[in-house]
Design a binder for this molecule. Structure first.
Ligand code: G3P
Length: 214
């Protein structure tokens, strides 16, 4: 499973991109708003920091304007992927962009039916939002597992990005479910290297080392 960062914070992305852990980045209008900068300022910076795909979301909700926005956004860099909401107009836009060779990430996906339509429209990526499903009492990880199964059964090449990841248990579960990618917020990514037994083990090793050289 590849790791993407789910943030538009350039400093945070630079920190993890330098470690070689993070391959791509996903953004959305809410994440961009948190930076206090515009999408036009932030996306070019992000696209230079990672080698893999950087998802930039369209604001329009009609097909023609989504396509227009997408054509402008891809001029920024060769690793830009256009994030399109899973609505009927969005699926139309995905079809057009796919025929133009523009990569898409269909977002705000909450059901298997939506995932199938996105894949059939030609989406490069599809993003099931697991945390938001959990919020309404639906098992978000199960949707990812079901999507993995269905895409394999029907030979669909669209890659699954587990999104709206809220904790390390989500990361472990989507990894086991076979998601191609998890897009992970910085707070969760920062927790991932840690384990209390690692800390305790290291403390003991250092104590034993100090005692051995006395
Ligand atoms: O990638 C989608 C993600 O940003 C949504 O996460 O936590 O707002 O549900 P959240």
């Amino acid at each position: 499973m590849k790791i993407f960062m789910d943030t538009a914070d350039v400093t945070e992305i630079a920190e993890f991109a330098n470690l070689g852990i993070v391959y791509g980045v996903t953004t959305n209008p809410s994440l961009i708003a948190k930076t206090g900068k515009s999408q036009a300022e932030v996306i070019p910076e992000i696209s230079k920091l990672v080698e893999g795909p950087v998802s930039a979301e369209v604001i329009a909700i009609d097909c023609d304007n989504m396509v227009k926005e997408a054509r402008e956004l891809v001029k920024i860099s060769s690793n830009i992927v256009i994030k399109i909401p899973c609505i009927p107009e969005g699926l139309k836009a995905v079809k057009i962009l796919t025929t133009e060779g523009i990569q898409t990430n269909v977002t705000l996906v909450f059901s298997l039916s939506q995932a199938l339509l996105a894949a059939r429209a030609g989406a490069t990526y599809v993003s099931p939002f697991i945390g938001r499903l959990d919020d309404i009492g639906v098992d978000g990880v199960k949707l990812v597992a079901d999507m993995v199964k269905v895409f394999k059964t029907y030979g669909l090449s669209t890659e699954i990005i587990a999104a709206s990841v809220r904790n390390m248990a989500h990361v472990d579960a989507v990894m086991l479910a076979g998601a191609h990618i998890a897009t992970i917020p910085t707070n969760v990514l920062k927790e991932m290297p840690n384990h209390q037994l690692t800390d305790a083990g290291l403390k003991k090793y250092l104590e034993d080392y100090q005692n051995s050289i006395k």
